[in-house]
Ligand binder design. Sequence first.
Ligand SMILES: Cc1cc2nc3c(=O)[nH]c(=O)nc-3n(C[C@H](O)[C@H](O)[C@H](O)COP(=O)(O)OP(=O)(O)OC[C@H]3O[C@@H](n4cnc5c(N)ncnc54)[C@H](O)[C@@H]3O)c2cc1C
Length: 293
Amino acid sequence: MKPAPFRMYAPHTVAQAVATLAALEAEGQHAKVLAGGQSLVPVLAMRLAEPGHLVDINGVAGLDAIDVSSAGVRVGALVRHAELLRHAEANRVQPLLSQALNLVAHATIRNRGTTVGSLAHADPSGEMTAVLVLTGGSVTAVSVRGEREIPAAEFFVGPLESSLAADELALSAFFPAAPAGAGTAFVEMARRHGDYALSGVGAVVIPGPSRDEGAPTISVSCGFLSVSETPLVLDLSDAWAAGEDSVMAVVRAAIDPQDDIHASADYRRHITGILAVRAIREALARVREEQAA
Ligand SMILES: Cc1cc2nc3c(=O)[nH]c(=O)nc-3n(C[C@H](O)[C@H](O)[C@H](O)COP(=O)(O)OP(=O)(O)OC[C@H]3O[C@@H](n4cnc5c(N)ncnc54)[C@H](O)[C@@H]3O)c2cc1C
């Protein structure tokens, strides 16, 4: 199939891009931002969406920066998955980035698809959506009304639905640094490498100072993809202290996977419990490696 006809706009500045979006919104027109096109173009080609206007941001200056500080990693709207994956400093500050990006689609898609675009697309099967919520990150949005920072917990409102307004551009995403001494891991199961995952889990394990009055000595949190309408984060510290069976039980009770042609909900529920334990074990092994070094 071919896309329905649309009009293309090629702004060179953020101001031009948001002015175009605002003008189209004021006229009641359906417009979409075009970034890497790896999700939008197939949707257009299958006529699952028929926006009359595409605002192509690929020529907008200043959106391709990766800024790394001790606080975290800020990723501009035109940073391709592959660029972020290759950025050694960004991945030193927040290792979940490369651990998850390695599992995003295939190299050709990562060369073109943008990390911020995958957040704006808000697919609960997208690895980076889970990383954003797990790290407690945020998205900076801009419109003619100015900029606003949207915390990850408020950014994803439903499958393929973010809290971005129709006339807003996602300018950048911020992924906070991994806490000192933390171990992280990202694991998933897909039918073929590069496919969207049937289920995926990211883990952050932070060793605590000492055991007091039965409190868990380590903090364990996991982010999940493909098993709920929006990416989910669970604090599994108590469950981990109680044992791996407890982690699996808590995870399976908390998620809400769906049946589809790739796997049943029951299968997804089952493997997600196992993947959570696997991710925590891997993250913990990294903590121990770090401590031993
Ligand atoms: C075969 C295949 C396999 C894939 N597998 C995976 C996978 O395993 N995991 C995964 O996470 N992804 C996967 N993807 C999707 C890929 O990661 C996309 O790159 C990503 O989801 C969207 O990024 P994009 O830059 O291509 O966005 P686009 O396709 O250009 O846009 C996607 C949506 O986001 C909006 N948008 C994009 N950027 C902005 C912005 N700055 N501000 C406001 N709105 C914006 C667009 O309007 C559109 O609605 C796959 C894609 C394909 C084709």
